[in-house]
Design a protein. Structure first.
Length: 262
């Protein structure tokens, strides 16, 4: 971790730069942005495929592209979840999740600061941001989980595709029936097994769709919150996701001896 460095500032207090986000967190953030953007874009084309005149084969191709972007998204999200257990101090779940009496006190102090236009400075996520980050992670995990199931039901892709293919063909352990199975085609399926699979799939579709709507709303609130906080506190919140560093003219509330010593 880099020690704090002094920077020029027009105020009477010198501005100090502290290292907030490690490289893993920054890479996760921007790769997640790219994945979510790609998933949203392709997903919207799939959703409006009839209006856009997409052919059945084109829809399968779009779903396949959506699924493979989704695999990158899931791997990136899984790594970030693991990093929350053994990464540096500000990467860990114990400093991110909004739980405990200390969190309630810090949230109350932060809200008072907002009312008085004197919010406490935070090197990591402020108390309101912790709520937003928790919501975002829950929605991302929901999208990842339901998306993996749907990759199996719609395209017979891993990790559940093989079992679902056996189900819809009624093949059991006779895998010779699977070689002619194609996504979107009912030519080689067992009608009863296929209808059972479609009934199984239905709630996952519903959750995937409506958690997507909530995710879009949460992302817009997140972006608005980042912009407002950047304008109010001027701590380099946006640039910190590129450089890892935030700048302060007053001591951050969550500053540790490790941050100061580097």
């Amino acid at each position: 971790m880099n020690p704090p460095t002094e920077t020029s500032n027009k105020t009477t207090n010198p501005a100090l730069s502290y290292h907030a986000w490690d490289r893993t967190v920054r890479i996760f953030h921007w790769l997640n942005v790219l994945c979510v953007t790609g998933l949203v874009g392709v997903g919207l084309v799939i959703f409006f495929n009839k209006n856009l005149g997409v052919s059945p084969d084109g829809k399968i191709l779009l779903k396949t592209i959506h699924a493979y972007i989704g695999y990158v998204f899931v791997l990136n999200l899984s790594w970030r979840i693991l990093w929350g257990f053994f990464g540096n101090t500000r990467s860990r779940w114990k400093t991110i999740l909004p739980f405990g009496k200390a969190y309630k006190n810090s949230l109350a102090a932060y809200v008072r600061g907002l009312k008085n236009d004197d919010t406490p400075a935070y090197l990591g996520h402020n108390p309101l941001a912790k709520l937003m980050i928790t919501v975002l992670f829950l929605l991302l995990i929901t999208q990842a989980t339901t998306g993996l199931v749907l990759a199996g039901t719609d395209l017979y892709l891993p990790p559940f595709g093989h079992e679902i293919a056996e189900w819809v063909t009624g093949s059991g352990e006779d895998h010779s029936q699977l070689k002619d199975l194609k996504p979107g085609s009912k030519d080689t399926v067992d009608p009863q097994g296929y209808e059972e699979m479609r009934a199984f799939r239905k709630p996952y579709i519903w959750v995937h769709q409506y958690s997507f709507y909530l995710l879009v709303i949460a992302i817009l609130i997140h972006i608005l919150g980042v912009v407002v906080t950047e304008l109010r506190e001027k701590n380099g919140l946006v640039s910190a996701m590129f450089t890892g560093n935030k700048v302060f003219t007053k001591r951050p509330t969550d500053l540790t001896d490790e941050d100061e010593s580097g």
